[in-house]
Design a protein around this ligand. Structure first.
Ligand SMILES: Cc1ncc(COP(=O)(O)O)c(C=O)c1O
Length: 376
């Protein structure tokens, strides 16, 4: 029986209780947001070291900023707390978004918290089950449109323009203000901006927000440096890389299955102003990175969230050296959403829904047989 010495606890101060990103970074938000805070205590997500990746990349110091621990399981909560807080301050009664899944889950939860109606347009059959369940569970009215994300967004633009409904997609500037907090947290933890920041790019709101966050922290005198922003799109949905809108985007990473990013120009500015890059990764590369994240680093993500790691592995040590990235450089990769949202890809070794699925090994309830299978 273990005995604990409870006396040792007596002098320990209460840990700081995290209040959510708006309260924590209050001086960096306008009063239109701070006056009516709607929060689920989002943010404060872990920065997890990934030494095996660092070694593969030629001796880099690599960290995963794991956004799956946010209240609805993705980075969207950072932008949704600020968008819904601003809407609450204006007395908004209804919000709407187009979504590949995570925005709808987050909008539904925060709108419910604020007592607002939430309408969601999703591309029919193209969003992961976990995300759809969340939006429905939180009481949103979810409508599946025959079309892709870009078609949904166009209709939401028109509806929110014509009726008193607040748009809560990432073109809403209040979303970007909240999502900047990911960059604030990285600098708070590392003491300085990393050399490189990598992340997946879909509608391009998040790369816009991180870049803004790093610049705002530098302007406030909290950090001295800026990172180079490396964004990665899925090869079947890579309009920024190809320099042309993709009419029928296709990828297993449904969260970034976007052919006409709303923040296209801002993403290019983040890339160019930071001396960064935006490249594409195939579904096979995404799935391989997904496996490395779960089996080597211990972080379970949805496919889109593996795009940053996939992109870095595609560049490899040689590619990074060619870009002038020195060994020992700090690289932070945002893994945007939790694996439980779209878990089935963990069971497949190829990026196809027809590929064989890994099954649990069937055994008798017999210790000898179990030990034999374990090789013990
Ligand atoms: C898990 C995940 N990763 C990445 C993205 C892409 O983010 P953005 O659209 O801001 O580029 C999304 C957007 O839906 C997402 O849900």
């Amino acid at each position: 029986m273990v005995k604990y010495n409870y006396n040792l606890m007596k002098g320990i101060k209460m840990a700081h209780i995290w209040q959510g990103i708006i309260e924590e970074y209050k001086d960096l938000f306008p009063s239109t947001i701070t006056d009516s805070i709607i929060t689920l205590k989002e943010g404060n997500t872990p920065l997890i070291s990934a030494p095996s990746l660092g070694k593969t990349l030629g001796g880099m110091e690599v960290y995963i900023k794991f956004e799956g621990t946010n209240p609805t399981g993705s980075f969207k909560d950072r932008g949704m707390t600020s968008a819904i807080s601003a809407a609450a301050g204006k007395g908004v009664k209804a919000v709407m978004c187009a979504s590949t899944g995570n925005t709808s889950a987050s909008a539904a939860a925060y709108a419910k918290r604020a007592g607002m109606k939430c309408g969601v347009l999703i591309p029919d059959g193209k969003i992961a089950y976990g995300k759809l369940s969340q939006a429905i569970a939180h009481g949103a009215t979810v409508m599946a449109v025959k079309g892709n994300f870009d078609d949904c967004l166009e209709t939401v633009f028109e509806l929110t323009d014509e009726y008193p409904i607040e748009l809560v997609n990432s073109v809403n500037p209040n979303r970007i203000l909240g999502q900047r907090s990911g960059a604030f947290e990285v600098v708070d933890e590392l003491g300085e901006a990393p050399e490189i920041h990598c992340l997946p790019v879909g509608n391009a709101g998040n790369i816009t927000a991180y870049w803004q966050g790093y610049r705002d922290y530098k302007d406030a005198g909290i950090s001295q440096n800026l990172p180079r922003m490396f964004g990665f799109q899925a090869a079947g949905a890579a309009p920024i890389v190809n320099g042309a809108r993709v009419l029928n985007p296709e990828t297993i990473a449904t969260a970034i299955r976007i052919g006409n990013p709303a923040s296209w120009a801002q993403a290019e500015a983040a890339r160019d102003d930071s001396n960064g890059l935006i490249d594409s990764v195939t579904d096979a590369e995404i799935l391989a990175a997904h496996k490395i994240l779960s089996s080597e680093i211990g972080v379970f993500v949805e496919p889109a969230s593996a795009a940053g790691v996939a992109g870095l592995l595609k560049l490899g040590a040689t590619g990074l050296a060619k870009l002038g990235v020195k060994p020992g450089s700090r690289i932070v990769i945002t893994s945007t959403g939790h694996g439980l949202k779209d878990p089935l890809w963990a069971l497949r070794s190829e990026p196809s829904e027809d590929s064989p699925q890994v099954e649990a090994i069937k055994v008798e309830n017999n210790k000898d047989q179990i030990l034999e299978i374990l090789g013990l």
